[in-house]
Design a protein around this ligand. Structure first.
Ligand code: DC
Length: 215
C-alpha cells in the first residue's frame, strides 16, 4: 500500500501552515510546507529559478529550514519573499522541477502536505484533500498579528492589498492555479479557532482510519 498523504491547500494566510503541522504531529506524520520551497528559490536565486530549484542545498530540521547549512527560517517568512515566490511560481519549468523535491517528502508512516496544488497536482492520490478558505479581511488580520508577534513591522492596509494581489495571481496562473481539487473538502476557517479546524480535519482522518493510535 502506498504511503498516505493528506493534502491541505488554500490561499495565503488561510492558516494552512499551522494547521498542517498540528495535524501531522497528532498523526505522527511528516509535514511538507511546499510554499517554503518556492520561497527558498526566491531567496536563493530568482535569476535562474529552474537551476536554483535543481541545485539548492536545502534541509528541513525541527521546524527550521536551512539553505546551504544556514538557518533561513525567519528570512523566508518576510512578506517580500512571499511576493517574489508567487511571481516565480507562475513558471511551468520551475513547478516541474519542484515536483520531484515535493514528492520525496512522501515517507512512511505518512505525509501532511500544504500549499496551493497539493491535492490537484502534486499528490492527486491523496487519501484526504482539504481546501481551507477564510474571508479576506480575516486573513489579513491573521497575517498582521503573525508579523507583529514576531516583532516585524507591518501595515494592515498594505498587507491586505498584497494578499489580494497574490491570491489573484496564484488563482489566475495557467499552470496549477490555486483551486480546490474536485474531490477536496472545503473548510471555511473564518469563524473557527486553530484547534477547531484541526479537530475537524482529525475527524475526517478518523473516518478514513488514518493515523492509528495517535489520532
Ligand atoms: O504558502 P506560502 O505563502 O509560503 O507560498 C508562497 C508562494 O509560493 C505563493 O504565493 C505561491 C507559491 N506556491 C505555489 O505556487 N504552490 C504551492 N504549492 C505553494 C506555494
Amino acid at each position: 500500500m502506498s504511503v498516505p498523504v493528506i493534502a491541505i491547500d488554500g490561499p495565503s494566510a488561510s492558516g494552512k501552515g499551522a494547521v498542517a503541522h498540528l495535524v501531522a504531529d497528532a498523526l505522527g506524520f511528516h509535514c511538507l510546507e511546499s510554499g517554503a520551497l518556492y520561497r527558498l528559490v526566491a531567496l536563493a536565486g530568482p535569476q535562474d529559478p529552474e537551476r536554483t530549484a535543481k541545485d539548492m542545498d536545502v534541509a528541513f530540521r525541527d521546524r527550521r529550514i536551512f539553505l546551504s547549512g544556514q538557518d533561513v527560517t525567519d528570512k523566508l517568512r518576510a512578506e517580500e519573499v512571499g511576493v517574489k515566490a508567487s511571481a516565480i511560481a507562475q513558471r511551468p519549468g520551475l513547478r516541474q522541477t519542484l515536483l520531484h523535491r515535493q514528492r520525496a517528502f512522501r515517507q512512511p508512516p505518512g505525509l501532511v502536505a500544504e500549499g496551493r496544488d497539493m491535492g490537484s497536482v502534486v499528490f492527486p492520490d491523496a487519501v484526504l484533500k482539504v481546501f481551507l478558505t477564510a474571508a479576506a479581511e480575516v486573513r489579513a488580520q491573521r497575517r498582521y498579528k503573525q508579523l507583529i508577534d514576531k516583532g516585524i513591522d507591518a501595515n494592515l492596509h498594505a498587507l491586505s492589498r498584497d494578499l489580494e494581489q497574490r491570491d489573484a495571481r496564484d488563482a489566475a496562473r495557467k499552470v496549477a492555479p490555486l483551486a480546490p481539487a474536485p474531490d477536496a473538502l472545503l473548510l471555511d476557517t473564518s469563524e473557527k479557532t486553530l484547534d477547531e479546524v484541526v479537530g475537524v480535519i482529525l475527524g475526517w482522518c478518523r473516518e478514513r482510519e488514518l493515523g492509528g493510535r495517535r489520532a
